[in-house]
Design a protein around this ligand. Structure first.
Ligand code: ADP
Ligand code: MG
Length: 315
């Protein structure tokens, strides 16, 4: 199997400006993204996700390192490597004087797509904007503008589609539409998809493989399945009617933590323990439960898990 993207030793330092010191946004990233996959780039705000994406898109100039897109070295074959990739940016920047049809046409022109090869109507239908094709962009809702950004990323039929935080702050309906489209592009056209997100659940649901990036470095890269198995901690939060008895015998491996309001958090591994094991132990000890809630492992927990030690010594 070959790689859609190969990145070696990628560094980016933004120069100092005003009172801001230089910012090292990428500190030597090595990453390969397999052809045909849906790949997630996961990380908190400021991790360097957009910087990486924008370098791939040719919007940000790297400081050093090599980037190969669809086999083309970005420095030696800039035109071919740019043609292989379509990017839906994080920012909503849009010319209000263009209609969706006009925007798609201008974008196709920028990429040198001949008129007879343009798929404007097909793209408009796919992003659900056929009936708004000739409306001015300033009259489009935020969700419609975002869909148009997706359409613009597709005008030159790239082999690789990159989506930068496509669902941050969008409603459920738009989120589901975006995901349907992305899955279809991947399944029907074999398009390689790279998306950034700070939602662990989203990455879990969508991505075959995931890289977690923080402070400009890749902390881990693995299949989603393997990663989730590593992070299968769940938490059961119980509010008992009375303080817990001292002789409470919990299943092995369960960690207890007192929470405000008299609640207790029991953290367990899904692979080892079920919530029923914990509830049974509580019932056996005669604990009466006033309230119960569950918590998934959050991205923050994953980071803590992964960076424990490195951040401790650095601090
Ligand atoms: P993410 O997309 O993961 O939130 P970014 O790539 O946007 O992260 O940013 C990584 C770091 O680089 C952050 O500290 C950010 O403040 C900084 N940064 C991003 N763009 C610029 C820029 N144009 N000039 C200076 N610093 C920047
Ligand atoms: Mg970003």
């Amino acid at each position: 199997m070959s790689n859609a993207i190969e990145i070696e030793g990628l560094r980016k330092t933004y120069p100092a400006s005003g009172s801001e010191p230089p910012k090292e946004a990428l500190k030597g990233v090595d990453l390969t993204i397999p052809e045909g996959s849906i790949f997630g780039l996961l990380g908190p705000n400021g991790a360097g996700k957009s910087t990486l994406i924008n370098i791939l898109a040719g919007l940000v100039v790297k400081t050093s390192g090599t980037v190969r897109i669809w086999g083309f070295d970005q420095d030696r074959n800039p035109r071919q490597s740019r043609a292989a990739i379509g990017v839906m940016p994080q920012e909503l920047n849009m010319d209000p004087f263009f209609t969706p049809r006009g925007s798609l046409d201008v974008q196709a022109g920028l990429y040198g797509v001949p008129r007879r090869e343009r798929k404007t109507d097909e793209i408009l239908a796919m992003i659900g904007l056929s009936d708004k094709a000739d409306a001015y962009a300033r009259n489009l809702s935020g969700g419609m503008r975002r869909r148009l950004l997706l359409g613009k990323a597709l005008v030159h039929s790239p082999q690789i589609l990159v989506l930068d935080e496509p669902t941050a702050g969008v409603d459920i309906e738009l989120r589901q539409m975006l995901w349907r489209n992305v899955r279809r592009l991947n399944e029907e056209r074999g398009m390689t998809i790279i998306l950034t997100t700070h939602y662990l659940e989203e990455a879990e649901a969508m991505c075959d493989e995931i890289a977690i990036i923080d402070h400009g470095e890749v902390l881990v890269r693995d299949t989603t399945r393997a990663l989730v198995a590593r992070m299968d901690a769940k938490t059961l939060v119980i509010t008992p009617e009375a303080p817990l008895p001292a002789d409470l015998a919990l299943p092995p491996g369960v960690e207890t933590e007192a929470r405000p309001g008299g609640a207790f958090a029991f953290t367990y591994r899904r692979a080892e323990t079920s919530p029923d094991d914990i509830l049974s132990a509580l019932r056996t000890a005669g604990v009466r439960i006033r309230d119960v809630a569950t918590e998934e492992a959050r991205l923050e927990d994953v980071f803590l898990d992964l960076t424990r030690g490195t951040h401790d010594t650095a601090a």
